[in-house]
Design a binder for this molecule. Structure first.
Ligand SMILES: Cc1cc2nc3c(=O)[nH]c(=O)nc-3n(C[C@H](O)[C@H](O)[C@H](O)COP(=O)(O)OP(=O)(O)OC[C@H]3O[C@@H](n4cnc5c(N)ncnc54)[C@H](O)[C@@H]3O)c2cc1C
Length: 356
């Protein structure tokens, strides 16, 4: 345990004030013990994994910050009928798991290559990219239920996954979850081929039709290249990646709202009756906030925070930014999109002790 750990050192965005108390838990037993102790003392609790989806106030977090550091996985079954059932500790690095899955010819995670953070956080917002998300492969998770003071298993259907959302996120208040993820069990098909490619740009690069498969090694390589070109793979040399990835979710709106937008606005059917998913990046760009917005020294946040120079959906810390600076850019962009298109963007990362 250390005193006065700065949360800016534990987040990819590099902002956030001090933790009241900081603990790291390297095993399931230590996680449960730390959570029970904080709960028994009535302390506020913030769970942190890789810190890649968190915006924490400049004032910091007054309670206990628990960093999950349990690593490892075990194959609970593997056969040609059922595929591989892999149980992964919450603190296991996500991209290491994806890499392992590709090497071992377990299919289904390859399109999620390069996403920062830890495995235990992936079901929280149903992490996704390039037409895939973890709801397609999570079989079940084991959690510590802080309300019942007990370990519990939640199955895929109980997790009520939807776009960047799940039961876990909906029962989290101010970074303090009801359910603390201990392990995640994935059900993966066996084979060197990927799951069907659902994203047109990726399919084109791979030379396949949407819905066809490719070699998982090729999918991983192309996804990593695509992500790097958009500043979406962590690179400490690249300020564009000092971010939370996408700062806003893609809005899902009723058909008449989507129809009122300019003809060129990208629209994606959601499968839900009459609802259409829009591109937040397109709306931001067309509302006048291009790549690098905020880099002018006299602009919103004094050039300390700005939209990524590679993608309008990411807000990046250019060096020395505060949470206030990041939120200043976010508010300007959100309000500009609302004033131009009448659509309210919602933040994707969890905002702790601060709001938009
Ligand atoms: C460059 C970049 C690119 C990104 N690209 C993508 C992308 O393509 N798709 C995508 O979906 N996301 C993306 N993200 C966001 C982020 O990487 C994911 O949301 C990731 O899953 C967060 O993991 P983490 O371990 O860093 O979680 P943290 O940021 O530490 O925590 C996120 C939330 O999960 C909770 N949490 C963490 N661990 C646990 C646990 N064990 N039990 C209960 N709650 C827990 C935290 O309390 C917090 O509320 C990107 C981020 C960056 C910086």
């Amino acid at each position: 345990m250390t005193e006065q750990t700065l949360l800016s050192s534990l987040t990819t965005l590099g902002v956030g004030g001090p933790a009241g108390r900081f603990i790291e838990a390297g095993s399931e037993a230590e996680i449960i013990d730390a959570v029970r102790t904080a709960d028994a003392a009535g302390e506020q609790l913030l769970i942190i994994g890789g810190g890649s989806n968190l915006v924490i106030a400049d004032e910091g977090f007054p309670g206990t910050v628990l960093r999950i550091a349990s690593t490892g996985y075990r194959v609970s079954s593997e056969d040609s009928c059922g595929g591989a059932s892999v149980v992964v500790q919450a603190g296991h690095n996500w991209d290491d798991l994806v890499h392992t899955s590709v090497l071992k010819a377990w299919s289904g995670l390859e399109a999620l290559s390069g996403i920062p953070g830890l495995t235990g956080a992936t079901p929280v917002q149903n992490v996704g990219a390039y037409g895939a998300d973890v709801s397609q492969t999570v079989a079940a998770i084991r959690v510590w239920d802080r309300q019942r003071n007990a370990v519990q298993t939640l199955t895929n259907s109980e997790l009520k996954f939807s776009y960047r959302d799940s039961l876990l996120k909906r029962t989290t208040a101010a970074g303090s979850p009801r359910y603390v993820v201990l392990t995640v069990e994935f059900q993966l098909a066996l084979g060197r081929e990927s799951a069907p490619i659902r994203y047109a740009e990726l399919a084109r690069i791979l030379g396949v039709e949407v819905g066809q498969r490719a070699y998982s090694t090729d999918v991983r390589r192309e996804v990593l290249a695509l992500r790097a070109s958009k500043g979406m793979v962590l690179d400490r040399e690249d300020r564009d990646t000092y971010s939370t990835g996408s700062f806003f979710t893609n809005p899902i709106v009723p058909l008449p709202v989507a129809s009122a937008l300019p003809e060129q606005a990208p629209r994606f059917p959601t499968g839900d009756d009459g609802m259409v998913k829009l591109s937040a990046a397109w709306l931001i760009d067309r509302a006048g906030f291009g790549k690098g917005f905020g880099l002018e020294p006299d602009s919103v946040a004094g050039a300390r925070a700005a939209l990524s120079t590679k993608h309008t959906l990411a807000i990046s810390n250019r060096g020395g930014a505060s949470t206030r600076d990041v939120l200043g850019i976010a508010r300007r962009v959100r309000d500009g999109v609302r004033d131009t298109f009448g659509i309210m963007l919602e933040p994707e990362p969890l905002l702790i002790g601060c709001s938009l």
